[in-house]
Write a protein that binds this ligand. Sequence first.
Ligand code: SAH
Ligand code: SF4
Ligand code: F3S
Length: 451
Amino acid sequence: MTARSRYHITTFGCQMNKADSERMAGVLENMGLQWSDTPEQADVILYNTCSIRDNAEQKVYSYLGRQAKRKHHDPKLTLIVAGCVAQQEGEALLRRVPEVDLIMGPQHANRLQDLLEQVFDGNQVVATEPIHIVEDITKPRRDSSVTAWVNVIYGCNERCTYCVVPGVRGVEQSRTPEAIRQDMVLLGQQGYKEVTLLGQNIDAYGRDLPGITPEGRRQNTLTDLLYFVHDVPGIERIRFATSHPRYFTERLIRACHELPKVCEHFHIPFQSGDNDVLKAMARGYTHEKYRRIIHKIRALMPDAAISADAIVGFPGETEAQFENTLRLVEHLEFDLVNTAAYSPRPGTPAAVWENQLEEEVKSDRLQRLNHLMSQMATERSHRYAGRVEEILVEDQNPKDPAQVMGRTRGNRLTFFPGNIAELQGQLVPVKITEVRSFSITGERLPAEAVV
Ligand code: SAH
Ligand code: SF4
Ligand code: F3S
């Protein structure tokens, strides 16, 4: 490898994959490679893949196919498949696309240098065995200079019957509070202002770490972690995702209320509004419990932004059960619901059940839920009209260089006229003048305006 070699990473899937890609990019730069904006001009191409639904997986094969062909006349091209499809398919992926040089599961992201050196020595490498995730020592190449992700727990020990994640991401592994705090301290020193703590089931944080208080309470919970990292200098906002209703505690709600840097923004997927469907999904809570959580959050933080995920057309879901999902969305006034039609996934229990629904039924329900969702989101946006919000400025508006963009504490995307060179990374009071379903526009007020 010469110092002039260039790499490109294409990332599919969730924030976890995006965070892994930033770390892998850091490793490649540390090895002397340079970022290329397009895969066509790169000598090392990495696809960080997602397997959550079939369409996500198929996308990977079509991207990969194109580069595999290129490899026939450009043999020094190195092709890497990382992430969840790599873990799921392993060796089978080599039979399908023999041009691939390296297949590496998500637990191996921090080992990229070691694995790539084996490839440069002439080996075709498959790294999918479960391992203890080692701490990363290289500096990630982060997309933003204002907001950053910090992993707190890898893997998932739940067994939701539709989901590939436990199979591809492995068992829960929490990072120590000290390692997490250290990351945040460095980010603060580098000028980052916002951190999102990441885990597939972030409420499980610390279950695998030692520690019981003298009163017999488990230490090292997510709540303890929030208190532990809250005073990191420079970091002005803290978010966390994804929350699981089964483990979401009142203590956590109180902490979010009490700690000023923790934003009033919660991502708590409910998946279905019907108790029998929730049971078949093995989610471990009822819609009543879910509603209670939301009400408790709003009792302390009336303006809290709440987002969620939902699946329609789960095997056996009746029209009446689907309508229970519609009802839940109608009642709870979400800021955003990510919706999906159920997709049977390899190795998951629900995929082999006989009560699968027709594609037309699934897509009809998806459309109906999406319609309701965007109506609700528009209504939620309206509460911002005329208000003054604190916006953390992230970037220029890509569609209008005279505007900058950032987010409210509730995570609403906000645009306003301003100069990015002056405002990037600043917390600015903005008066909201225009609202749309998923974003808002406003005008900057003088810094002393009270939010
Ligand atoms: N850990 C999170 C979600 C992770 S996956 C949780 O427990 O909620 C992100 C979202 O993808 C899920 O919330 C779910 O709505 C969706 N999803 C997962 N598996 C799916 C499948 N087989 N078909 C359709 N959507 C799915
Ligand atoms: Fe998948 Fe359930 Fe784990 Fe979320 S909690 S990642 S839906 S198994
Ligand atoms: Fe996809 Fe893997 Fe995330 S399956 S949603 S990239 S954990």
